[in-house]
Design a protein. Structure first.
Ligand code: ADP
Length: 316
């Protein structure tokens, strides 16, 4: 009963430019650290990170909501205890809630000897996303659980496609401004023009083909969003200039991460990624907006677990 697992649950980028709600990818950094063990009765105990005032009530913490959904599918007297140290700031747009929800179910599955499939785990973790944003979306959860780039072909029924991807550097800037997910959803147009939809379909297909064939130029050409970005980017100061400067420095392209305020750029080489990071820092320093940057790569592993040899929980 005292066996513990340690989980590394990385950030994820959803709404991958033209792939609103359907394409996302896992990052190497930043990553939340979590520790878990089994309990001998049906309950969930959460020790959230004290630095962020997150709920301890398992029904209100996304990790708890995901684990309670998993317990509903288990006909045995067992439960889970979870400790979370957050390195992904909640509300940053790089999948903070998804890391906790998906990390918790991946950790639980490791404690249970891997009895659930990855698709089952996505289904459980989506209860966490429903709690965080009101919508049961999977484009942050799935890349965490499957690793790499994932396509959510359908939510009902759930159909996740893990896509191959060439090595890609990811540079992210998180301007410390608040963009409420509800506001970012409320401003979206509910109707789109057929001519814009056709351009978007072309880009989604081009992006998937480019990732599969490792065609960087095709990936770059396909990283354009005609539907969401023109509306949402007004919530992010300096967005157009940032994108223009990053592309001029060699970035393949990029856009808003999740519903913002973070912005990401994909790059083919480390040297270009460092140049892009400098541009981000200079631009937001110039605008007088506090910010944080990450220069990392797409993680094909996603969430990982290992036995924890330095126990964090007191013996039961
Ligand atoms: P992000 O895109 O960074 O995940 P969201 O706005 O989708 O940001 O999710 C953060 C919301 O989820 C916050 O309201 C936060 O209080 C809530 N939340 C509940 N439990 C957690 C948790 N364990 N980790 C992160 N956020 C959590």
């Amino acid at each position: 009963m005292n066996n513990e697992v340690k989980i590394l649950a990385p950030g994820t980028v959803a709404n991958m430019v033209c792939g609103f709600d359907i394409l996302g990818f896992a990052l190497h950094q930043p990553a939340d650290e979590m520790w878990m063990r089994l309990l001998p009765e049906k309950r969930v105990v959460i020790h959230p990170d004290p630095q962020y005032n997150l709920p301890t009530d398992p029904e209100k913490n996304v990790a708890g909501a995901a684990l309670l959904a998993m317990l509903d599918a288990i006909d045995e007297p067992l439960g889970f205890e979870v400790k979370i140290t957050k390195h992904i700031k909640p509300g940053s747009g790089i999948g903070s809630s998804a890391a906790s929800a998906a990390g918790a179910v991946v950790g639980a599955n490791a404690l249970l000897g891997g009895r659930f499939s990855k698709t089952d785990l996505v289904q459980f973790a989506m209860f966490g996303e429903k709690l965080a944003s009101g919508v049961k979306h999977a484009d942050n959860i799935a890349p965490g659980i499957f690793g790499g780039v994932t396509l959510i072909r359908s939510i009902l029924p759930l159909d996740v496609v893990a896509l191959p991807s060439p090595e890609l550097y990811v540079v992210i800037v998180h301007p410390q401004i608040e963009v409420r997910t509800a506001d970012a959803r409320a401003i979206l147009r509910q109707k789109i023009l057929l001519k814009d939809a056709i351009k978007q379909w072309g880009n989604i297909a081009g992006l998937v083909a480019g990732l599969t064939t490792k065609d960087y130029a095709l990936i770059g050409r396909s990283l354009e969003d005609y539907l969401i970005e023109p509306v949402r980017s007004i919530l992010i100061p300096g967005f157009d200039l940032l994108k223009q400067q990053c592309k001029a420095a060699g970035a393949l392209g990029g856009g808003i991460s999740g519903s913002g305020p973070s912005v990401f750029m994909l790059c083919q080489t480390e040297a270009i990624a460092h140049a892009v990071e400098k541009i981000m820092i200079n631009l937001y320093t110039g605008l007088g907006i506090a910010h944080h940057t990450y220069c990392t790569t797409i993680s094909n592993a996603g969430i990982t677990t290992q036995p924890n040899n330095n126990p964090v929980f007191a013996p039961l």
